[in-house]
Structure formats: C-alpha cells, structure tokens
Design a protein around this ligand. Structure first.
Ligand code: GLY
Ligand code: MN
Ligand code: MN
Length: 434
C-alpha cells in the first residue's frame, strides 16, 4: 500500500497541470460474470493512481484553481450490506484514511458535482470510457447551457483529463518501483516453480496451476493478464490461452505469465524444453532470441529512444534468420520486404505499470519516438515463431520462442527487475534437473 502523502501529491500535481476547472474521474464499474456472480472487482487504474481507494462505485472530483480541493464520492456505510459483502470506508473513512478534503455518499454526487461544475471554465473528463457518466455529464452540460438567464454558465471546454494522468503514470516513483520489484520477484519465482514442476505428459493447465499457486501464496491479488501456457506448436499462436494440451517430450513450453501486486503488473515470458534439454534446432533459435533480447536491453538507456531497443532486436533476429536459412537475401532486403514478419510479427515491448500494457505516449510532440528517461518501466520481449511452411527448414517447424523481461530505465542504462527467472540455457537446464 502506498502512503497517503504520495496520493495527495499526485492530485496536487494534476490540479496544477489542469489550471482552473473541475475534473471528474470515476472508478471502474463492477462486472457481472454470469447471472448473479461477479468478476473479482478491479478498480480503474487512473482512479486508483490518484486516490488509492479500492472500492467500486466511487468518483473523484478535483476542483483546481487558487484553492484546489479533492472530493470523493463513495458508498455510504451500510451495516446490512457490510455483513454480506464486507467493509466499506464510507465518506468519513475516505476523509480520514485517504486524505480527501471533502467526502460524500454517492447519492449526493448529482447535486454537489453539478453545482461545482457551473461557472467553471473547463471540465476535465475522459469521454468514451464510462457510458453512464458520459450520459450524465452530457445532460449536465446541456442544462447548464440553458441556464444562462439565471447567470450560470457551462464550461467552454472539455479536456481529456486522463492524458495528463497518463504522462504522470509513465514515470514511476520509488514507492511504485518498490512494488513493481516485488511483483516481478513473485512472478519470477512462479516461473522457476513452473520449470521445476514441468514434465512430459502433464497438461498445460497443470503447469498453470503451479505458477498461480505461487502468485497467490506470495500475496499477489490477481494474474496481471490471461496466462499463456503454450507447448509445441501452440507457442506459434501469440495469444494462445486454451492451456489444455498435453506436454510432449521433445517440445518447448512457452509461458507468458505475470501477476498483479497492489495494482502493479509484472510480465514475464520464458521458454524452456519440456524434457529439460534443448534439441539442437531449439538451441539455435533460443540463442538467437536471447541475443536479440541482449541487444535490445543494451539500448534501454536514456541515450536512446523508444524504438531503438526494437530496432536492435530486429537487426539481430534478421541476421539470424538469414544464417539459419529462414529468410533469403541481405539484411537490408529482408528488412525492406518485411519477410522477417513470417517469424517475428510483434514489437519488442510496451510500457508496464498499473496496466500491463501501461499508459503513456510512445512518441513526442514532434512525432519522433520519445527518449527513454529514468523512472520509465517497460518490457523487452523479442521472439521467433516458426509455423510449418514450404520455405522453412523442417527441423525448425513448430518452434515458438519468446523471452520477456521487465526493465526500469535508470540514469546510466536499465535495471532488469525480472532477472530471477532463469533464461540462460545452462541455467534453465540445471534448474529443471532439480
Ligand atoms: N502478456 C502480454 C504481453 O506480453 O504483452
Ligand atoms: Mn509484454
Ligand atoms: Mn507477456
């Protein structure tokens, strides 16, 4: 749990960036899974970033200007509901525990927030992510516009508040880094456990059970995304998640799995041999992907831009594809024609944080890839996926490999925070002997 002061600081920083106006930021709705069962509740990342408040049915209102104010609308205390569903902080708890200037029950939102909005120059709201709130605010704006004769005026502008928050979220504080490192350590431990338990003839879901066991045992609240446990040819389906095939001797197993700890995602992929020993063609392609990852990691450094790690990985992969007879022509031709895309069709990473594919622009205002800066966190995840095809040497068929780590940009390069998951061939083979 982050301390209250950090959340206060974030809200003040956002309000300073807003200038004068009112921001309305609701959390995520609860979602029904089937009939009267719900999905486990997960707050909205932006809302949580600004409040640390975990309950559904909550709305943050910020009034910025000379006297900035944070106001939370949340569920009222309700003993009957709390007996069934659990503790609620209620408005008084929101004031005490979450450093709000004012807090009210949700039932007061329409009345109070509508009044706050009148005579303000700007409404800061992100249209399109909450249909309910979109509709409510549209009605409010319409009403305010028609009340000119009573001296009330509607905001002139509606500004996407979340863009401002995206930029803040891109740079992680030391508290956030500390949580992300713990999230990464849990996920790395889960990958080690999966390697240790994997044997031929198990089912993919049995391996999934092993790393889920480790996530929950170590206090992670959720998997950060749907886990991929893909053996043999399944690894060539990028978003495979049926996880119900039998593990065959001689094949590889690709696991892309990370956990969410106190809101923060880790995202790790490891690929290893089901029988504990790489075959020679598997080793060739694995070493190539590992080399591509190393060349990308060398460019995760404030001297470089967002796209440089991807370009470095691509250079290495293309040279390897040519050496192994997967692509024909010079490196320049393979790049130009895009023939490498038969085997590498995704990019080498993404921002990481409260969301696994975290927020933040990848380009600067001039349209160039933005420079990497200390405090940014991202994944580095090159891969190679070989489906059977006439133009492909048969010994490479059905090999799918990805190696994914999480990196924190530092002043002189980067720190890999997922390094406890083995990825060198010798390391994997020895870990699997245990
Ligand atoms: N697991 C999703 C990703 O690697 O981007
Ligand atoms: Mn990823
Ligand atoms: Mn991943």
């Amino acid at each position: 749990m982050l301390n209250q002061k950090e959340f206060n600081t974030r809200r003040l920083k956002l309000m300073a960036a807003m200038g004068e106006g009112v921001a309305i930021i609701p959390t995520a709705p609860e979602a029904t899974r089937n009939r009267d069962s719900h999905y486990p509740y997960r707050f909205d990342s932006h809302f949580y970033y600004l409040t640390g408040f975990p309950e559904p049915e909550s709305i943050l209102v910020l009034v910025s200007g000379s006297d900035p104010k944070s106001i939370l609308f949340c569920r009222d205390k309700d003993m009957e509901r709390e007996i069934w569903d659990g503790f609620r902080h209620g408005p008084s708890g929101a004031l005490k525990e979450f450093g709000m200037d004012e807090a009210y029950p949700l039932s007061k939102f329409d009345e109070i927030a509508y009044a706050l909005l009148s005579d303000q120059p700007r409404l800061f709201y992100s249209l399109g992510s909450n249909p309910d709130m979109d509709e409510r605010l549209t009605v409010w704006l319409k009403n305010l516009r028609s009340q000119g004769r009573s001296g009330l005026s509607a905001p002139d502008e509606v500004v996407d508040v979340l863009k401002l928050v995206d930029e803040m979220r891109l740079f992680k504080s030391s508290h956030e880094v500390e949580i992300m490192k713990r999230s990464a350590a849990i996920a790395a431990g889960a990958h080690r456990r999966a390697m240790r338990f994997t044997k031929p003839n198990m089912m993919e879901y049995e391996v999934e059970a092993e790393f889920l066991h480790e996530f929950y045992r170590k206090g992670a609240q959720f998997p950060a995304y749907t886990s991929i446990v893909a053996s043999g040819p399944n690894a060539c389906t990028l978003h495979y998640n049926a996880n119900n095939a039998i593990l065959k001797e001689g094949e590889l197993l690709l696991i892309d799995a990370g956990c969410e700890l106190d809101g923060y995602a880790s995202d790790i992929t490891r690929t290893f041999p089901i029988s504990g020993k790489f075959t020679s063609p598997q080793k060739d392609l694995y070493e190539l992907v590992l080399a591509a990852q190393a060349s990308a990691i060398a460019k995760v450094h404030p001297d470089y831009r967002w796209n440089d790690p991807h370009e470095a990985a691509l250079d290495t992969l293309i040279r390897g594809f040519i050496d192994f007879g997967l692509c024909k022509g010079s490196p320049e031709e393979v790049r130009e024609t895009g023939s490498y895309r038969q085997f590498y069709m995704h990019r080498t990473g993404h921002w990481l944080g409260l969301d696994v594919h975290d927020v933040g622009e990848y380009k600067d205002k001039e349209g160039s890839w933005r420079r990497l800066q200390p405090g940014m966190t991202l994944t580095v995840e090159p891969g190679c996926y070989v489906r059977p095809a006439e133009n492909v040497p048969e010994h490479f068929w059905n090999i799918g490999i990805r190696i994914e780590d999480d990196a924190l940009v530092t002043s002189d390069g980067c720190e890999i925070i997922t390094g406890d998951a083995p990825k060198e061939i010798a390391e994997i083979e020895s870990w699997m002997q245990r």
